[in-house]
Design a protein around this ligand. Structure first.
Ligand code: ZN
Length: 106
């Protein structure tokens, strides 16, 4: 297990997990929610973490993440938007709601 990415915004960590999984890299998320097991990490602020299961995938995973981040930085993204259907606040990098898959308003 190797930690390859962590970010305060769970939606970004989850999005990168989807990308890595689609590349055939097995991953695992940690620290994904305040609704986790009672008594677990009760006192410190922890960021969601993305781990790769196979150590041999670490280098490739980091390259994919770096490419994604560079592309993301190069492409101006819109501001966060609010889903019309479920009311979730969605990061501007997503063009559909992470919660219910409703497309972003145009
Ligand atoms: Zn929604």
């Amino acid at each position: 297990m190797r930690l390859v990415f962590e970010h305060i915004d769970f939606t970004i960590v989850g999005h990168l997990q989807t990308i890595l999984e689609s590349e055939g890299i097995r991953t695992e998320l940690r620290n994904t929610g305040s609704t986790g097991l009672a008594g677990e990490v009760p006192y410190t602020q922890v960021y969601p973490e993305l781990w790769v299961v196979e150590n041999s995938d670490e280098t490739r995973a980091r390259e994919i993440i770096r490419d994604y981040r560079e592309k993301d930085a190069a492409t101006p993204t819109g501001p966060a938007w609010v889903c019309e259907k479920c009311g979730e606040s969605v990061d501007g990098i997503f063009n559909e709601c992470w919660n219910c898959s409703t497309p972003a308003p145009v």
